[in-house]
Design a protein around this ligand. Structure first.
Ligand SMILES: NC(=O)c1ccc[n+]([C@@H]2O[C@H](COP(=O)([O-])OP(=O)(O)OC[C@H]3O[C@@H](n4cnc5c(N)ncnc54)[C@H](OP(=O)(O)O)[C@@H]3O)[C@@H](O)[C@H]2O)c1
Length: 234
């Protein structure tokens, strides 16, 4: 029986990669961490990023990168953005310059809305960028409202039944990522981590068996991201 010629396989395998690529909705795609996530996903062979944006003028930068976009605002209806999506990375936030009303409507209610829409759309994994301290907001008086909002969103995700990873980094920096981190369910210390490394951790968390249904704190450290994330998955 004639087998497939090598030439045929060469022609089809790249096509197969395109077919099996998982569509990842990035919420907060224009943000400092979200942009990094988009870049990593866009150079991957396993994932196809879809950038959720809320202003028409934000489309151009993604068009230049040949990244698909979908319009969506966390303070409005979001169900349409989840249609046909395999996995989600939530890296949005109202930021430190807005009031408590936006913290509740974006970081808490907006996230909850996306989680509910993701459940309806049968999303296979939801990776949440949370924050260190969200396990016990009362310990951080200045950030209590924000951390309480993150905690409620995280709890909603855990209870949703969607396979998840909740990443809780320390203070984010724009330092160059060295791909060396420290991860644990509870680190019992404060510190920093670069947005580069956080973006890598978020993308690696998309892989199904890794850090599945885990909540992990993250700081810069000495262990390679790869071995730290495998260790944190046990
Ligand atoms: N800063 C820290 O030290 C720290 C520490 C731990 C965890 N975190 C978490 O990490 C997240 C990402 O940090 P970052 O510095 O990368 O954030 P960032 O640059 O402030 O980006 C925030 C993103 O959220 C989007 N966004 C805001 N309101 C929205 C809405 N109503 N609908 C849809 N998208 C909306 C923004 O979109 P636009 O461009 O349209 O405004 C932007 O893409 C933070 O939000 C925070 O929850 C931060």
């Amino acid at each position: 029986m004639p087998g497939f010629g090598i030439g045929l396989a060469d022609a089809y395998i790249p096509l197969l990669n395109l077919i099996t690529m998982e569509k990842v909705l990035v919420i907060g795609a224009t943000g400092q961490t979200g942009k990094r996530v988009i870049e990593i996903l866009n150079s991957s062979e396993s994932f196809k990023p879809i950038a959720m944006i809320r202003k028409e003028e934000q489309k151009e930068i993604f068009d230049d990168m040949e990244v698909e976009t979908v319009m969506g605002d966390l303070e409005k209806e979001v169900d349409h953005a989840l249609k046909g999506i395999d996995k989600v990375i939530f890296a949005a936030g109202s930021g430190g310059d807005t009031g408590e009303d936006k913290t509740i409507s974006v970081d808490q209610q907006g996230a909850i809305k996306v989680i509910d829409a993701a459940k309806k759309a049968k999303v296979k994994k939801f990776v949440m960028l949370s924050a260190m301290g969200a396990d016990d907001p009362s310990q951080h008086k200045k950030l209590e409202v924000y951390l309480e909002a993150k905690k409620k969103a995280d709890e909603h995700l855990r209870e949703s039944g969607i396979p998840y990873t909740i990443l809780r980094p320390g203070a984010l920096t724009d330092d160059m990522g060295l791909a060396k981190v420290k991860l644990a369910e509870k680190l019992n210390e404060q510190g920093e981590i670069s947005r580069d490394d956080v973006a890598f951790l978020l993308v690696m968390s998309l892989a199904d068996p890794l850090v599945k249904n885990k909540t992990i704190e993250a700081l810069e450290g000495k262990e390679s991201i790869k071995s730290a994330i495998i260790e944190a998955s046990r």
